[in-house]
Design a protein around this ligand. Structure first.
Ligand SMILES: [Zn+2]
Length: 256
């Protein structure tokens, strides 16, 4: 009987043995299929993952894969984040996205943005006494998205809304001019990514920080920009109310 199981296992392995089917491509998607490259939409294929197939068969990643909608994100380890002192798990399918600016200078290169990221985290942890950098994500005018608390942990950015929203902050001061197109496009792409992965509800409401607390954040120019975005909802239409589910919901965010 054991011998039969081994034979069966070996047989199954030989059928499903190409690396393609278990390879999680960081950008293209999590599952590939071994097909002709000419049949692969958008040429999203890579070589050497269909070991048992002829040379013209390559590992094709479906454009419908959920991760396809996601831009690359500079991870905490990439920007050298300190470990969080503690974390609180976030619900999925969140109803709100809250937009911030950090105030202060902008950054147009990754190395400069990383310096700022470390500064924000140090300020939030050492001066404010928070467990981690406050925002869920930050976006630089270099076009990069930097991971803060990420999708899965409650942030500290908007009093009464932390446990029901993703907080995205663009690095810089946007009172008199809005962020550049690289940053704006990355904010939009990040929101779409969150929807495609189920972290943000497809019927989410977009707000600026100033809609929910007494602050000028995210600056007049940036605020006027997001008010033109499809999911922005005025106070009259949104029916939002604060909730205090976790300790972070009580934290009052002062954008630096
Ligand atoms: Zn803010």
């Amino acid at each position: 009987m054991l011998f039969l199981l081994i034979i069966t296992a070996a047989f199954v392995t030989s059928i499903a043995g190409d690396s393609c089917e278990s390879y999680a491509h960081p950008t293209y998607g999590r599952t590939g299929r071994c097909i002709k490259t000419s049949d692969c939409p958008n040429s999203l294929f890579i070589s050497n993952l269909c070991e048992s197939q002829p040379a013209n068969i390559k590992c094709c990643f479906s454009p419908s894969a959920p991760t396809l909608n996601c831009p690359s994100i500079v991870s905490r380890s990439e920007w050298g984040a300190r470990a969080a002192k503690s974390t609180t798990g976030m619900a999925k399918s969140l109803p709100y996205v809250v937009i911030h600016h950090t105030t202060g200078g902008t950054c147009a290169a990754k190395s400069a943005c990383i310096v700022k990221m470390k500064g924000f985290q140090n300020y939030h942890m050492d001066s404010n006494g928070w467990v981690d950098i406050g925002y869920s994500f930050l976006v630089g005018e270099d076009g990069n998205i930097y991971e803060g608390r990420g999708w899965t942990y409650v942030g500290a950015h908007t009093y009464g809304y932390n446990s029901q929203s993703i907080g995205i902050s663009v690095i810089g001061d946007y009172m008199s001019q809005k962020p550049n197109s690289a940053a704006l496009n990355s904010v939009k792409a990040l929101i779409e990514c969150g929807i495609s992965r189920g972290y943000i509800s497809s019927t989410y409401t977009l707000r600026g920080h100033r809609d929910l607390d007494s602050t000028s954040c995210p600056g007049n120019a940036f605020y006027n920009e997001i008010k033109t975005w499809t999911n922005y909802r005025s106070l009259v239409r949104s029916n939002m109310s604060p909730q205090f589910n976790v300790p972070e919901d009580y934290l009052v965010m002062q954008d630096m």
